[in-house]
Write a protein that binds this ligand. Structure first.
Ligand code: SAM
Length: 248
């Protein structure tokens, strides 16, 4: 089930706000019963409920501002096509994130540099970025190793298009549109992934089944649960990025 639908904070807040608007509480408090005020009350109640239920900070913030933002935007009287356009843009960037897939966030330059240093030194090396985003990391690898072949797979349409366009002048770099779960990992010396904690056990099973002995799985930020990495590289960036390296 999509995470938004099972958020108890939202449900509880909505229920209490509905009770508030359906009863005489607002009259008793002598407050005008406006949709915006009801939305704010819903947000505050949902925020408190989410806090009591120990939900992560970003969910609490979403609970707090979601309905007030909707009510506020309605009051701006914006043309309906604008909402459709914003929705289209978000879908083209985040694609299947609502199903629990990984959203778009990008490896930084220092991380790309560290990943490049992990590539085997011999010529003809092959590497893949699973979920290449806008392809920055992939281009960094490919431009630094003209002797190698680099592949990126991305399923979200807009990042894929940007990645493909930006890589068009690199002859050793291919960006494909598709689902990396259906792409074999056998040909690669290094597999790079910057995903989330959720898919790591499945990725590990896929890597064990498909990657060649001697090849390297590198996971940015998210370790494989219960598997000791051979090496952890700590990047000196602001977010304290770690690269978990698993030799196959
Ligand atoms: C956190 S971003 C990482 C982007 C890039 N690898 C980097 O390090 O800068 C993860 C990307 O994986 C993509 N993605 C998630 N699941 C995918 C799948 N099953 N197949 C292809 N792409 C996927 C998302 O759309 C997103 O762009």
């Amino acid at each position: 089930m999509p995470p938004l639908l099972i958020q108890p904070g939202i449900l509880l807040g909505a229920l209490l706000a509905a009770l508030y608007s359906a009863t005489d509480i607002s009259d008793a408090l002598a407050i005008e019963n406006s949709p915006f005020l009801i939305a704010v009350i819903q947000g505050v109640i949902a925020f408190l409920a989410a806090t009591l239920l120990s939900q992560p900070p970003w969910w609490r913030a979403i609970h707090l501002i979601f309905l007030p933002l909707v009510a506020g935007a309605l009051q701006l009287d914006l043309p309906p096509w604008l909402y459709l356009a914003a929705f289209g843009l978000l879908v083209s960037v985040y694609w299947r994130t609502f199903r629990g897939d990984v959203p778009l966030y990008l490896s930084n330059q220092a991380t790309a540099e560290a990943a490049r240093a992990l590539l085997p030194k011999r010529g003809g090396v092959r590497a893949i970025d699973l979920g290449a985003g806008t392809g920055g990391l992939l281009r960094h690898l490919a431009s630094g190793r003209p002797d190698g072949l680099f592949t990126g797979i991305e399923h979200a349409p807009l990042p894929f298009l940007l990645a493909r366009l930006a890589a068009s002048d690199l002859s050793n770099c291919t960006v494909m549109r598709g689902d990396f779960w259906h792409h074999p990992l056998g040909p690669y010396d290094m597999v790079y992934a910057f995903l989330s904690p959720l898919p790591m056990p499945r990725l590990w099973e896929k890597a064990k089944a498909e990657m060649r002995p001697g090849s390297l799985l590198v996971s940015n930020s998210f370790p494989v649960p219960d598997v000791e990495p051979q090496r952890v590289i700590e990047i000196a960036d602001r977010r304290g990025t770690r690269l978990y390296c698993y030799s196959m």
